[in-house]
Design a binder for this molecule. Structure first.
Ligand SMILES: Nc1ncnc2c1ncn2[C@@H]1O[C@H](COP(=O)(O)OP(=O)(O)O)[C@@H](O)[C@H]1O
Ligand SMILES: O=C(CO)[C@@H](O)[C@H](O)COP(=O)(O)O
Length: 499
């Protein structure tokens, strides 16, 4: 039997999947790393931690593998998007990576519009200039850390840096480059116009490549450290959401994905670049050559639940925390939560908004708060689904992946709130599976990603909405939608008090 590895460099952990030629996940290893949050709105990681944990995860996987490691023929990546990694001319990392959920760059986003023009910027990139994207981070470093900026020779995204350390090759694939805010999405080139207007040297931008393209083999030292064969072929890989889409079979029109990881996304396949959402949802190049996807993003989806767990139930596992979920009625006895704990993107692009619990009552127990957090995350994703429905998409079946898809009761809540069938796959690790599929396709095992998907992706269960609960959630959702407007001004006034 032959095998491939999908490396998913997530925000909370790196997850490494070993998949055989029949598409069965035969083993997986997950290794966590922390977020560094020096101030409210800041979110960084040390790229060296990604390397240490990825190498360790690969090593563990190989140690547990009973066959000859040369049977593992290929490896590819999925990575958290938008994070800025700056390297100097010796390829040393110049500072911590600034991540997708860091919102320090509101002023730089305004600058981008002032210098490029908002309409022109959206024309080129098909997206708004958002705090989380890479370009405003580059401008922030240029302005606030000029010594570091001057030493920068190239910028990379998180998984591109890991790929570089595994192969010594520098590249960025289109699906991830799309999230930098510097790519001309239709032309698939770095935008010399944006670089020119913002005075960014375009030599900082790395060479571009397709997600399934062969990059090189593993470096000798990485092969030695992990036990993998030095002949293992490495393929570029893609943005985690593009890979999540591949790993869930979102490879044709009409398919919708909901992914609840640290962030939460609702994603829809786009055959070509013709749809104009005017920046209301993100619009990026897919990991499938020539295709695109649109998506709405909740910044703190799984992260809200993780925050709640770490703050109020630090020693407990998620399974335990969620054990009482179905004992609490829909609507948590009048308790609503908005998951804006690090600001928000869709539908409210707002770095200053923060979360709320509305309707706290002395009868509420911890389980009500947990249910309210889970429902609030799901309501937030419903706002993206409604945007797609208003744009004429038919969303009656949604594939659900990510850490949030591990809990059966949460999947039922998704079906009831979204008013759609929820498809649970055999593996909820969509991005890692997508990365493995890119390696399998890159190796030539299949003629297309779709052919690979029909072999690799298995549906485990379809969960239908419960009509009574769905009706109850309709009313609750309209109350939820009012909270943003009614707490916006209060949060702007509170912003100066945040440390
Ligand atoms: N057993 C579980 N049940 C429900 N949610 C879970 C469970 N385990 C993890 N999660 C949620 O999934 C999130 C992590 O999802 P994951 O897809 O691994 O994220 P990332 O790719 O961002 O690292 C956690 O923050 C948590 O909210
Ligand atoms: O910023 C975005 C998408 O635009 C996030 O979806 C990141 O790509 C991080 O993903 P997860 O770690 O939550 O999977």
């Amino acid at each position: 039997m032959k095998y491939v590895i999908g490396v998913d460099l997530g925000t909370s952990a790196v997850k490494v999947l070993l998949v055989n030629q029949e598409g069965v996940v035969v083993d997986q290893v997950s290794r966590p790393y922390p977020l560094i949050q020096e101030k409210a709105g800041y979110s960084e990681q040390n790229p060296e931690e990604w390397i240490t944990q990825t190498v360790e995860a690969l090593k563990q996987l190989v140690e547990r593998f009973s066959e000859d490691p040369s049977a593992i023929e290929g490896l590819s990546f999925s990575g958290q998007m938008h994070g800025l990694v700056l390297l100097d001319y010796k390829r040393n990392v110049l500072r911590n990576a600034i991540l997708w959920n860091d919102t320090r760059t509101t002023r730089q986003c305004q600058d981008i519009y002032a210098k490029v023009g908002k309409d022109r910027y959206i024309d080129i990139t098909k997206n708004l200039a958002l705090e989380g994207f890479t370009l405003p981070k580059l401008l922030w470093v240029k302005e606030n850390e000029p010594d570091i900026y001057q030493q920068a020779e190239v910028f990379l995204l998180p998984k591109d840096y890991v790929r570089y350390r595994l192969t010594n090759q520098i590249h960025m694939d289109y699906s991830d480059a799309a999230g930098t805010g510097l790519l001309d999405i239709s032309a698939k080139t770095w935008s010399s116009e944006i670089c020119g207007r913002l005075n960014i040297d375009s030599s900082l931008c790395p060479p571009l490549i397709e997600s399934h393209e062969f990059v090189g083999t593993l470096s000798g030292s990485v092969a030695e450290q992990t036990g993998l064969s030095p002949k293992t072929k490495v393929f570029a890989g893609g943005a985690d959401n593009a890979c999540g889409a591949i790993g869930s079979g979102i490879l044709e029109e009409g398919k919708t994905l909901c992914s609840i990881g640290t962030s939460g996304v609702v994603l829809s396949y786009e055959e070509d670049g013709s749809k104009d959402y005017q920046g209301k949802v993100h619009f990026f190049n897919h990991g499938k050559e020539g295709a695109f996807y649109s998506m709405g993003v909740t910044l703190a989806a799984g992260y809200s639940l993780n925050w709640f767990k770490e703050t109020f139930a630090h020693e407990e596992e998620f399974e335990n925390l969620l054990a009482d979920l179905s004992d609490v009625p829909a609507g948590a006895n009048g308790l609503l939560f908005t998951p804006y704990i690090v600001g928000e993107r869709t539908p409210h692009t707002d770095a200053l908004i923060r979360g709320s619990f509305i309707g706290m009552d002395s009868s509420h127990k911890r389980a009500h708060f947990v249910r309210a957090v889970v429902e609030g995350i799901t309501f937030s994703l419903k706002e993206s689904i409604e945007m797609f429905r208003k744009n004429g998409k038919n969303v009656d079946s949604i594939i659900s992946i990510g850490g949030g898809a591990k809990n059966r009761n949460w999947l039922q809540i998704q079906a009831d709130i979204f008013q759609a069938d929820i498809v649970k796959l055999a593996s909820e690790q969509g991005p890692g599976m997508g990365a493995a599929m890119l390696a399998a396709y890159g190796l030539g095992w299949f003629k297309s990603l779709s052919e690979c998907a029909s072999q690799f992706i298995q549906t485990e269960e379809v969960i239908h909405p419960n009509p009574e609960q769905a009706e109850r959630y309709k009313g609750l959702f309209s109350i939820y939608q009012k909270i943003y407007k009614q707490t916006k001004d209060l949060n702007e006034q509170l912003a100066p008090f945040r440390q």
